[in-house]
Design a protein around this ligand. Structure first.
Ligand code: F6P
Length: 320
């Protein structure tokens, strides 16, 4: 029977992580469990930076971006020494199970650590990239898309007024998910994603043809994993002689008030994660698949997600 669990946020922060911590803490307390909060992700587990959380510790955070537990990328956790120190923290504090809130890299670390040292680990998917396999949407990605979309709407105003071409770079490491969503929702003229080869000559040809028809302003969204807005904008200017501006949205996509969708996801997945530990599950991730809560193997969750990009990609082009 488990008595005490610990919760941590790791890797890149995502809006809704706080709502996820709140759900885990309150649902666990509701089930008579003690909850420790680990600070700065795996780093805090290695360095024993943790404290007991109560009901009030998570008050007033549901609407805040970021994570009150802080987060970090922690290469030390990949070493034998780091993992042994982390295990020591777990034993010393009598922690019976871990709930890890994070993205793909964090899930990989939890899978390795949990299976190697027999520590029950449950992953809650939170990342703006939506790159975890077997999961419809990760906590935070809906908010990030809306943040990027608001920026693109603003850029549209100046693009139209000054009759310019813009290349807007969005986050998403190896995934074109954010790029595709915002390109479609923002009515953008083209999108460049890592999942699809692109030909800049064709894009420039379309721009010049459009220009002859009187269409002067364009917004081309590029996923960071597919290219750099600065390089692409420079080449478009060289190839078309038209004024082109690059914009890199960067980390503004990671912060901000979580959307209702990110928060409700965090709440339901928080409940599911605690239930997993109560049922003695380990090496699992909680997910929402086809609209329903599902519990999947961490090993499956960390395999490369194959995004079905075709329909959205084609639609962006058709609706231009
Ligand atoms: O994983 C989320 C993410 O925001 C990616 O989209 C991006 O490539 C990366 O993190 C940036 O990481 P960092 O903030 O560590 O530079």
């Amino acid at each position: 029977m488990i008595k005490k669990i610990a919760v941590l946020t790791t890797g890149g922060d995502a809006p809704g992580m706080n709502a996820a911590i709140r759900a885990v803490v309150r649902y666990a307390i509701h089930n008579k469990l003690e909850v420790m909060g680990i600070f700065r992700g795996w780093w805090g587990l290695i360095n024993e930076e943790l404290k007991l959380l109560d009901h009030r510790s998570v008050s007033g955070i549901i609407n805040q971006g970021g994570t009150i537990l802080k987060t970090a990328r922690c290469p030390e956790f990949e070493t034998e020494e780091g993992q042994k120190r982390a295990l020591n923290t777990i034993k010393k504090n009598a922690i019976d199970g871990l709930i890890m809130i994070g993205g793909n890299g964090s899930f990989k670390a939890a899978h390795i650590f949990g299976t190697k040292y027999n520590v029950p680990c449950i992953g809650m998917p939170a990342s703006i990239d939506n790159d975890i396999n077997g999961i419809d949407v990760t906590i935070g990605s809906d908010t990030a898309i809306n943040t990027a979309l608001a920026a693109i709407d603003n850029i549209r105003d100046t693009a139209t007024s000054m009759e310019r071409i813009f290349v807007v770079e969005v986050m998403g490491r190896e995934s074109g998910y954010i790029a595709l969503q915002v390109a479609l929702a923002g009515g953008c003229e083209d999108v460049i994603i890592p999942e699809r080869r692109f030909n800049l000559e064709n894009i420039c040809h379309d721009i010049v043809e459009g220009n002859l028809r009187g269409k002067i302003s364009w917004i081309i969204v590029v996923a960071e994993g597919a290219g750099s807005a600065f390089d692409i904008a420079k080449k478009i200017t060289e190839m078309t002689s038209l004024e082109t501006r690059p914009v890199v949205l960067g980390h503004i996509q990671r912060g901000g008030r979580p959307s209702a969708f990110s928060r409700t996801q965090a709440a339901t997945l928080g409940e599911a994660a605690v239930e997993c530990l109560l049922k003695g599950e380990s090496d699992k991730a909680v997910s929402i698949k086809d609209g329903k809560i599902a519990v999947i193997d961490l090993e499956f969750a960390i395999t490369k997600k194959k995004l079905n990009v075709d329909s959205l990609y084609n639609l962006v082009k058709v609706l231009t």
